[in-house]
Write a protein that binds this ligand. Structure first.
Ligand code: PBG
Length: 328
């Protein structure tokens, strides 16, 4: 006879016991932020080839779609503007056009749906003809000049009604300068979601297709983090918190679950994780080919990001996930 003292399978033997001992609840739609790509025009709804199921939309279309998404419990949106090439230049001057379509878009969304949270992405790449998150001079991404523009841009976003400004640029000192600019203008209720530990990643490819924003030369390694590092992520998050961030982010999510978990352990601030475009595209591509069960993979991925310690997940799966959850 085999006398075994420990049999871990006993607490896995049926669904009800598995549910009782589950350590992580599935994410709720209320914990997700849905990133959307907006562009000028009317009645525009164009699928992004490398992100099946995601669209570049004009604001009228977005407002219409949002009614249904809100019913699914999605009330947090990250906005990414697809700017026409003719408006892009080396100075990213369109970013500071107070009448530009991004600011109009924020106003229109908040007019129609005052209760949703708008997370305005704060970086120059959608407006920059060099395709970088900062101003390029003599082949270098200049820090302080970029931070100056970002601070003014943050004020415009906040004045338009953005609930949170989300610097995704990885320039040094930007959170502190943005906070100072917001305070100086009396914009005391606008929060900052800092993309604190943002890595130079191959997983941003489809996003750059969506905005036609890939760097024209070089890569983003002088400002985004090196994926060999984790202590450096803690340093970056620590700085952003000291400079006044309300929420900190780790990005991408899946190859960086260890960083999410460390961030959660070290800090008391809410931790967001960005399940980025390339991570989404892989699930979609394999799902389409019948190589994986797309829905199951989606639920597993989002749950694992939560298990790692993320309080908030930015994800393109938001609508599909919320639909699936209401069907179950
Ligand atoms: C740029 C920005 C990027 C993403 C969000 N903001 C791309 C980049 O840094 O090149 C990527 C999001 C995604 O891949 O889903 N400021």
């Amino acid at each position: 006879m085999y006398l075994m003292k420990k049999r871990p399978r006993r607490i896995r033997k049926n669904q009800f016991i598995r549910d009782l001992v589950a350590e992580t609840a599935l994410p709720e739609a209320s914990q997700l932020v849905y990133p959307v790509f907006i562009q000028e025009g009317r009645n525009h709804f164009q699928e992004i080839a490398s992100m099946p199921g995601q669209y570049r939309m004009s604001i009228d279309t977005l407002l219409q779609k949002m009614a249904a998404w809100k019913k699914l419990g999605i009330n947090n949106y990250a906005l990414f503007p697809n700017v026409e090439n003719k408006l892009k230049n080396a100075k990213s001057s369109e970013a500071l056009n107070a009448n530009g379509f991004l600011y109009q878009a924020i106003k229109k969304i908040k007019d129609r749906y005052p209760d949703v949270n708008i997370f305005a992405d704060l970086a120059l790449d959608p407006f920059n003809s060099d395709g970088h998150d900062g101003i390029v001079e003599n082949g270098e991404i200049v820090n302080d000049k970029t931070v100056e523009i970002l601070s003014r841009m943050a004020v415009l976003q906040a004045q338009a009604g953005a609930d949170f400004v989300c610097p995704s640029d990885m320039m040094d000192g930007r959170v502190g300068m943005i906070r100072k600019a917001l305070e100086t203008d009396g914009l005391t209720t606008t929060g900052i979601v800092a993309y604190s530990a943002k890595y130079a990643s191959a997983f941003y490819g489809p996003f750059r297709d969506a905005l036609d924003s890939a760097p024209r030369a070089g890569d983003k390694k002088t400002y985004q983090m090196d994926y060999r590092n984790s202590r450096e992520a803690i340093k970056e998050i620590d700085l952003d918190i000291k400079e006044g961030a309300d929420i900190v982010m780790v990005k991408p999510a899946l190859s960086y679950l260890d960083i999410i978990s460390e961030a959660k352990r070290y800090f008391k601030h809410p931790v967001a994780a960005y399940n980025v475009s390339g991570e989404y595209a892989m699930v979609k591509a394999a799902g389409k080919n019948g190589w994986i069960d797309e829905n199951k993979a989606m639920v597993e991925i989002l749950t694992s990001i939560k298990r790692a310690g993320a309080d908030i997940i930015f994800t393109y799966h938001a609508v599909d996930y919320a639909k699936l959850r209401t069907e179950q």
